[in-house]
Structure formats: structure tokens, C-alpha cells
Design a protein around this ligand. Structure first.
Ligand code: SIN
Ligand code: FE2
Length: 290
């Protein structure tokens, strides 16, 4: 790792081996095949609707993004689709994912796409939770994992099933389990992943995450889509706070002294990212509930 600025550029033939190494890190559902990779790589370089980006610091390869544009009915034409995005282990937390997403968004906009999207496999529907005092939250929620955080008149807690569909929450995507392992110092993996959806004027008041059994495990948060103004203070509600921006691709760990810090979202900067149409932000928080 060095301190040189991150460079994002279109991949060329000479990047093949480096991208193969990175793609092998991403492979989860299918075992990685170098022979099949080579065929796909060469073909992708010749595909006008494909966008293959590499991130480097001038010396090392930091990551890559493979995206496409395709025609849709729902968006009246072209949309950009992120198929794969990977930042190499040991290179994370430096803004590479954010730089790759920004470049892809620029490519998509320059190639006539109305929006950029990526898949959330096996997701359960969002619903609007109600606080124990009966107030409807402005944020919509769903969860991944054996347990999901929820709130209703009976209080804040973790439950194994979706409060509306009654179905178990879908499993936590493997890529998020890998991220947790990379940014935490060992210990058990997460058993819950809260997914918050911020549309329009949604916000989240200052609160502590304290429904988990053991506060020695961190909370790992991933931001996607529009940039949020995140506010964080101390472990007393009245302690001074400061705010900073969480942009698409940012990962934030609440651990150690910050584990019980009061935090919240003042507002979301609508339209600051093209990831979700109409100004939306998705935040994923991985937790160890039990
Ligand atoms: C949360 O505290 O649950 C969400 C924070 C965020 O949306 O970044
Ligand atoms: Fe929180």
C-alpha cells in the first residue's frame, strides 16, 4: 500500500492477470476458473456495452468494477448495471470502492443511462417501522440474517422473522460477511444485518445501538446511493456532536469507544448519487446481536 492517489481507468489487455487475481477474490457462488476468465475478459474488452474499470495507485491494483448498460422498459431506455465490484483485501477503507462507483456512474451517464443499479439478491420487502411510542419512522427497513432488528409497540428487539410477511430474513450476502471479517479483529461473524432505506426526507434521530448482547462486537455500516450527513457524538446524549458525509461505498465501523456513541442521520443529499433513482440511500448495518 502507498499513499499515491487512486487512479481509475478502463481495463486493457495488459491488466488481464491482475484482474484475474482480483476476480478470484470475489468468486463466491461459482468456483473461479482462470480458463473461463480469459475467454470472458477478452470478449468484454470488445463489448461496447460493457465497462470494465481498474483501480490502481500507480503500483498495485486496488480493485475493479464490471458494469454494463442495457435497455429497459421501466426506465424508458438505457440503465447502467453493476455486475461485480471488488476492492482487494488490505486495500479497503481508502475510498477505492467509492472512486470505482463514481467512475462507473460517469460512464453510465455519458452512455445515455437514466440510472445506475446493482442487485440485492434474495432481499425481503422494506416496511415502515413504528417506534415504541407509536411514531412511524421516516426510514423504511428490512433485514438479512438469522436475526433482524425491529421496533413496534412492544419495543426495540431482534426477531427471526419479517414482521409483515412472517418469513425468516434472507441470509446475509457473502460479500458482507467477507467485509465484516476484513474490518473487524476476528471473533464471531454478524448474525444480523439491518437495511435502512432513506427516501425523500427520511432521517434518523440520535440514538445508541444497544439492543445487542455484547458491546465488544462492533457495528459495521455500509452506505450506498445518496450521500448522508451522519452525526456522531459521545456516549452521553448531551455530549457535543460532529457531522460528516457518508457517500456511496463508504464503510464506517462503530467499535471500541465509539461503539455506544450516539449517532444519527441529519439528512440525505438527494440526487448526489445515481445508484438509486429519485434520490435514495441504503444503509446496511452488520451487527452481532447474540
Ligand atoms: C443506523 O444507525 O442504524 C443507521 C445509520 C445510517 O443510516 O448510516
Ligand atoms: Fe444506529
Amino acid at each position: 500500500m502507498n499513499d499515491a492517489p487512486i487512479q481509475i481507468r478502463a481495463a486493457v489487455a495488459a491488466d488481464e492477470s491482475a484482474v484475474a487475481g482480483l476476480a478470484g477474490e470475489l468468486a463466491q457462488s461459482f468456483p473461479f476458473s482462470r480458463a473461463r476468465f480469459e475467454v470472458s475478459y477478452r470478449s468484454l474488452l470488445d463489448t461496447e456495452d460493457a465497462c470494465l474499470l481498474v483501480a490502481t495507485d500507480g503500483r498495485d491494483y486496488l480493485g475493479y468494477l464490471l458494469g454494463f448498460r442495457h435497455l429497459t422498459f421501466f426506465a424508458n431506455g438505457l440503465v447502467g448495471w453493476v455486475e461485480e465490484i471488488l476492492v482487494s483485501r488490505g486495500q479497503r477503507g481508502l475510498g477505492t470502492g467509492r472512486a470505482l462507483m463514481t467512475s462507473f456512474e460517469q460512464w453510465a451517464a455519458g452512455h445515455g443511462c437514466a440510472m445506475v443499479a446493482l442487485s440485492t439478491r434474495r432481499a425481503a420487502p422494506f416496511y415502515r417501522p413504528v417506534t415504541p411510542s407509536g411514531q412511524s419512522m421516516s426510514v423504511e427497513m428490512t433485514n438479512f440474517g438469522p436475526l433482524g432488528w425491529m421496533t413496534d409497540a412492544a419495543g426495540y428487539r431482534y426477531e427471526a422473522r419479517h414482521p409483515i410477511t412472517g418469513q425468516p430474513w434472507p441470509p446475509i450476502p457473502a460479500v458482507l460477511l467477507t467485509l465484516w471479517a476484513d474490518v473487524t479483529e476476528g471473533g464471531p461473524g454478524p448474525d444480523a444485518c439491518l437495511v435502512n432505506l432513506y427516501r425523500a426526507d427520511a432521517r434518523m434521530g440520535l440514538h445508541q445501538d444497544r439492543d445487542e448482547r455484547d458491546f465488544s462486537h462492533p457495528v459495521v455500516s455500509v452506505s450506498l446511493g445518496d450521500t448522508a450527513i451522519f452525526r456522531i457524538g459521545g456516549t452521553e446524549r448531551r455530549a457535543p456532536t460532529r457531522s460528516f458525509r457518508l457517500a456511496s461505498g463508504d464503510v464506517c465501523v462503530l467499535g471500541g469507544d465509539a461503539r455506544l456513541a450516539f449517532h444519527g442521520i441529519d439528512r440525505v443529499l438527494a440526487g448526489s448519487s445515481a445508484l438509486a433513482p429519485g434520490g435514495e440511500r441504503i444503509n446496511l448495518t452488520l451487527r452481532r446481536a447474540l
